[in-house]
Write a protein of this length. Sequence first.
Length: 568
Amino acid sequence: MPRPEKVRLGEILVQQKLLTEDQLLAALDQQKKTGRRLGRLFVECGFVTEDEIASALARQLKVPYVNLKVFDTRSELVNLLPETIARRFRAIVLEDLGSAMRVGMADPTDLNAYDEMARLLRRDISLAVVSETVLLQVIDRLYRRTSEITGLAQELQAELADAPAVDFGTLGTTLSVEEAPVAKLLQSVFEDAVSVRASDVHIEPMESRLQIRFRIDGVLHLQTESDLRIASALVLRLKLMAGLDISEKRLPQDGRFNVKVRNYSVDVRVSSMPTQHGESMVMRLLTQATGLLGLDHIGMPPDMLAKLKSVLQRPSGMVLVTGPTGSGKTTTLYSALSAINTPARKIITVEDPVEYRIPGINQVQVQEKIDLSFDRVLRAALRQDPDVILVGEMRDQATVETGLRAALTGHLVFSTLHTNDAVSTPIRLLDMGAPRYMVALSLQLVIAQRLVRVICESCAEPREPTPAEREWLTLSLGEAAGHGTYQRGRGCSHCNGTGFLGRSGVYEMLEMTRPVVEAANHADPATFVRVGNEQMGGRTLRHHGATLVAAGRTTVDEAMRVSSQWAD
């Protein structure tokens, strides 16, 4: 392809009637004041979208527009350009055409970038236009740090082998972050974890090796393995960052710190635990840049969502969200709080730990070491004239009774509980010692939930269920199972070959209607379970999971993988 000609973006958009003259002049005036790129100003002002700009450039230059959301990039081609060059020129290698390399660029009119990439690739370049935002997301994901992490681990291993008598305390406090190989290794681990959307990083000493694993969409993936001798240095550095006692190796410890990764602020919760071969460290990554999901985006079915929104407008009562650890309970509760977070409401949360910081809400961290327990903070919070209270977890009888009493006395109370399904939740409260009348009168809504992985849209393809899977779907959906759109993910660069990208909630909801309340006052748990199941009308966790399968959102295998925890 010949070298592209320099064109004026604003004139192209005006010619193609995507921009008015007045909008162009306003953006040019803003550019003079700020010095920012014109295309970015068009988007931020709401004049055009990035896709419209990319399509307009493609039409003007007579080159293809490539949607990177569905294009299956290959790492061996992408890595032909160094990451620094890819970011600097907003470019990515897409295809080897034989006679030329197809390169996607956010700004294909950048002649200097074209010449430099042609020199680096030593090939002719065939241009394509891509969206800048999606391009940067792809660059974050594809320029993995696996080889760098392995190299840094080997470098640290060699350094420790050369100096076996190094005092790790001195190493952690005297070397700067830039100079210490262990700090560089951790920085690479964090950057790689953020780029693949990992929720947790596990650093685990085994008998003969140290393994580092990432939890992505709820499933653990091995990132790298290294020599066991570097484990002590990594643990020490993490303890220093989290403010933990570096001399204590026999007892579990918890802490947190904040790091900057790719211009994102990441809160890291650290947990250390002594094991047979050394201290295991698990870090939960909370990326503040992603923000909280709105209630409309957590995957709750419309009828359940309408009920929840109705309850949120009530002045009092209790809403419980139940499920195992890692089932998305906190996300649901925070989304509900965000929906009602206005200056007219005072909201107090009692959490252990505070996972996300929400502006306008009073959030309290429980500190068991100083006897700042859930029950004690909750009782103090009630004297702060709150309208809404979130209790992180109903852990004991005292907390349950205080929370139920608060719901009876004019407060809207949210909390979580570990139960298998919605119907068993009121029974669990009774087992914890809560008075029967309090449960019947205070509890408004119980939501049970799980998370299933969602099929990657970039590599989704049809797949017919097996006879066993078809039988499971028929039991869950009835005749509707025969009309589903069943898919699977083939595996591509967008989903790191897993076939899944992201997760969605699976829900069931028990509303405390009059018949359910009357059954709650009955002494027979079996009667309550029967009435509760009748109220839900078959809209169980299993039913919702099967519905997602039939809609092509997830696979039968994925739904059945988590359905072993669900009640039929």
